[in-house]
Write a protein that binds this ligand. Structure first.
Ligand code: PLP
Length: 426
């Protein structure tokens, strides 16, 4: 495998960009070695600067649900660009996007568009606090909500991988209103709410946490959260930046039949361009400026290129899309389980639809503590082995994998052959 050009680029990047990357997990620190530099991606494949080809299970960390660069999205961006790249004044595509989200997600009556998942969550938290006039937020360990100051506590992959879950530069006062509890632990939630009665603005979670690998909610856990937050007038905030439009058109909330008060989106709704969104009940959303006292703004929010790409991506989603993704996921899961069993390697394989994670541990994995039992050195070996065989997984044990509609039965078979080969060397 040639890597001269990537090595050269990385050496240059290291002198110019901290760590050589613009987002830490990309640096391969969790698995060792150096990242490759991507120059092209199409369908299920990605190509690096040295001409190597990989089957890609990162999918630009979630957005590429239709595979890379589907012609409909590329064409939509081209058409939009010809009309102007940014207006800074309302444009019709924003209305269309808002309509799409409101139609697809029953808990959402109004939505505000922004530029990233981080921005969506940051704004949703501010809104929850402004609406309830309370300060405290409950979050779960292992859930990542973007690099929002007050939520950078026990925040999943990036933080885990680098061993300082609380980032430097976040004043203690900024997280003093954040309470962290274990995921899937009803008793801990109940105790925390009791101890902070009348002070909690909201409970925020990834309904299917996908930033510490992937673990699903235990049966009844989301229902419990809905019930107890309603009883105590606490807002339930679903961070669906990863799961929104991926697990179902209406996100995890459709899949599990729960209506949160506020929801955050990003990734898929941008079709590969930078987008975020947050929305919910009308009475809450109307607390946002210019109607209400909670300030939130953005120079490029509702950008026409991003809206056009996102809308093209959303238009391609059908019931069949989700069936197909689930079938491909099932094929991968079955193969992985069989291979791991044959090789006598303990793997706890979690999957929800097109999101998956194989933890190198006996399992089961229901929360961060379980996830941390996995053998990271073994994962690193597995990762590099697969990369050598032309299969690209996220460079950390604590990331979810993503399947797209471009991952057909053939790509998955090819992946499984690589897995079989590498698993035998672990
Ligand atoms: C990716 C992600 C974010 C942050 O989104 P960015 O666009 O990277 O800022 C927030 N929450 C969840 C659940 C995510 O997966």
């Amino acid at each position: 495998m040639k890597n001269g050009r990537s090595r050269e680029l990385f050496a240059t990047a290291l002198g110019l960009i901290p760590g050589g990357v613009n987002s830490p997990v990309r640096a391969f620190r969790a698995v060792g070695g150096e990242p490759f530099f991507a120059v092209r991606a199409k369908g299920a494949k990605i190509w690096d600067a040295d001409g190597n080809e990989y089957i890609d299970y990162v999918g630009t960390w979630g957005p590429a649900i239709h595979g890379h660069a589907p012609p409909q999205i590329v064409e939509a961006i081209r058409e939009a660009a010809e009309q102007g790249t940014s207006f800074g004044i309302p444009n019709p595509l924003e209305v269309e996007m808002a309509q799409w989200i409101v139609n697809a997600v029953p808990s959402i009556e109004k939505v505000r568009l922004c530029n990233s998942g981080t921005e969506a969550v940051m704004s949703a938290i501010r809104l929850a606090r402004g609406f309830t006039k309370r300060d405290k937020i409950i979050k779960f360990d292992g859930c990542y909500h973007g690099h929002v100051d007050s939520l950078l506590v026990k925040a999943g992959s990036g933080a885990l991988t680098f061993g300082h879950p609380d980032s430097a530069g976040v004043p203690a006062a900024f997280v003093e209103h954040t309470v962290v509890v274990p995921f899937n632990d009803e008793e801990a939630v109940r105790r925390t709410l009791d101890a902070n009665r009348g002070q909690v603005a909201g409970i925020i979670l990834e309904p299917v946490p996908g930033n510490a690998g992937l673990y699903p909610p235990r049966p009844g856990f989301l229902e419990f959260l809905r019930r107890i937050t309603t009883e105590q007038d606490v807002l339930l905030i679903f961070d669906e930046v990863m799961t929104g439009f991926r697990l179902a058109r209406g996100g995890a909330q459709e899949l599990y039949g729960i209506k949160p008060d506020l929801s955050c989106f990003g990734k898929v709704i941008g079709g590969g361009l930078p987008v975020g969104a947050f929305g919910g009940r009308r009475e809450i959303m109307d607390h946002l400026a210019p109607l209400g006292p909670v300030y939130q703004a953005g120079t490029l929010s509702g950008n026409p290129l991003a809206m056009a790409a996102g809308l093209a991506s959303l238009r391609l989603l059908s019931t069949e899309t989700y069936q197909r993704l689930d079938e491909s996921g099932a094929q991968l899961e079955k193969g992985m389980r069989e291979i791991a069993a044959r090789a006598n390697v303990p793997v706890a394989f979690n999957r929800v639809g097109s999101m998956f994670c194989g933890y190198f541990t006996e399992g089961p994995v229901w929360n961060l503590e379980d996830a941390l039992r996995s053998d990271r050195a073994r994962f690193a070996k597995f990762f590099h082995g697969l990369l050598h065989e032309g299969v690209y997984l996220a460079p950390s044990q604590f990331e979810a994998g993503f399947i797209s509609t471009a991952h057909g039965s053939e790509e998955i078979d090819q992946t499984l052959r690589a897995v079989e080969k590498v698993m035998a060397t672990l």
